[in-house]
Write a protein that binds this ligand. Sequence first.
Ligand SMILES: Nc1nc2c(ncn2[C@@H]2O[C@H](COP(=O)(O)OP(=O)(O)OP(=O)(O)O)[C@@H](O)[C@H]2O)c(=O)[nH]1
Ligand SMILES: [Mg+2]
Length: 241
Amino acid sequence: MENAIIIPTYNEAENLPPLVAAILRLPADLTVIIVDDNSPDGSGMIADGLAERSPRVLAHHRAGKLGLGSAYRAGFDIALRGGARRILTMDADFSHHPCYIPHLLALSCRADIVVGSRYVPGGGTLHWGPQRQALSRIANGVARLALSLPANDCTAGFRCYRRGVLEQVDLDAIRSNGYSYLVEMLYRAARLGCRIAETPILFEDRRHGQSKISRQEILRAMATVGRLSSERLVGRGWGPD
Ligand SMILES: Nc1nc2c(ncn2[C@@H]2O[C@H](COP(=O)(O)OP(=O)(O)OP(=O)(O)O)[C@@H](O)[C@H]2O)c(=O)[nH]1
Ligand SMILES: [Mg+2]
């Protein structure tokens, strides 16, 4: 496979078929890797059906809801083993529109990681209330400043990684599992000197189904930023011996 796109799913039965169809229509050599966590709504069976109909779709099943970070990790392993040179990640709910994929791929000629970003000129969120907008902006601002991340949207899951990034970053050392996985991945890649570029996207509200973001998840993400920033200070010799 030349390029792989990892789609983690948990209860995305209504979104998955039209999303995969839209991706397969794109003029790009893409293999879709669906990582499903035994979704109660049958997304896993739908993924199997899609994989039966197209050799460009792979379905990977896990026993239960094991978290977004480890779902990416499982997908990365499959993509790397399959020889993919570029590995994308995206949500299954159409918040990340497939129309941006060719642009992410094109930009990855110039950068190690390309982020589909809400927070660069031309990007944004559609149909979000003021509370969610504020929460996302604050979380991003805190993560970016505390960790000196070279990106405006560090919690975005719409990304294109060059293969070398996933080979260089010690994936086993990433301790976060939920949404903070995205922050930790960017942090570790930036520390290794990876070049990060952003391209604007309009992030839409999910089409069907429910969000899996919980209050607990947000607290965990804040704790991750705290852990990484103290790791950074200790690394600079500012912490205890
Ligand atoms: N395999 C797997 N996928 C997950 C898990 N948690 C979330 N996902 C998927 O990860 C993607 C992002 O999750 P969402 O619930 O859409 O979170 P969000 O996009 O931040 O929030 P909303 O857009 O408001 O729903 C979706 O495709 C989910 O189905 C998990 O534990 N395992
Ligand atoms: Mg979503």
